[in-house]
Design a protein around this ligand. Structure first.
Ligand SMILES: [Zn+2]
Length: 95
């Protein structure tokens, strides 16, 4: 199967494969998530969350490859989510 590459519509960076946590209702095994710390979507999210919810958090752009649904994935720090990024070896195991 050809490796699918998806780029973020906000910053044009290649989005990472992010393994879905257990016990969610997301259908696939992973989602594409933009992990670029300079992504305008992520950068302006901090101010938005502070203004609307008075919390120090933001969100990253997410794409569900199964449904095509796009949306925000909340994060509480720039390091959040990184543990779930799929490495090549793990991808092959899923293939
Ligand atoms: Zn981005």
């Amino acid at each position: 199967m050809e490796r699918q590459e998806v780029s973020c519509p906000y910053c044009k960076q290649t989005m990472a494969r992010w393994a879905n946590p257990q016990l969610t209702n997301w259908s696939g095994e992973f989602q594409f998530v933009c992990l670029n710390d300079d992504c305008p979507y992520f950068v302006r999210g901090w101010g938005w969350m502070q203004e609307h919810f008075s919390v120090n958090a933001s969100y990253r752009h997410r794409l569900d490859p199964v449904t095509g649904e796009r949306g925000p994935l909340p994060v509480w720090s720039p390091e959040a989510l990184r543990d779930n990024i799929l490495r090549e070896r793990e991808e092959n195991r899923h293939a």
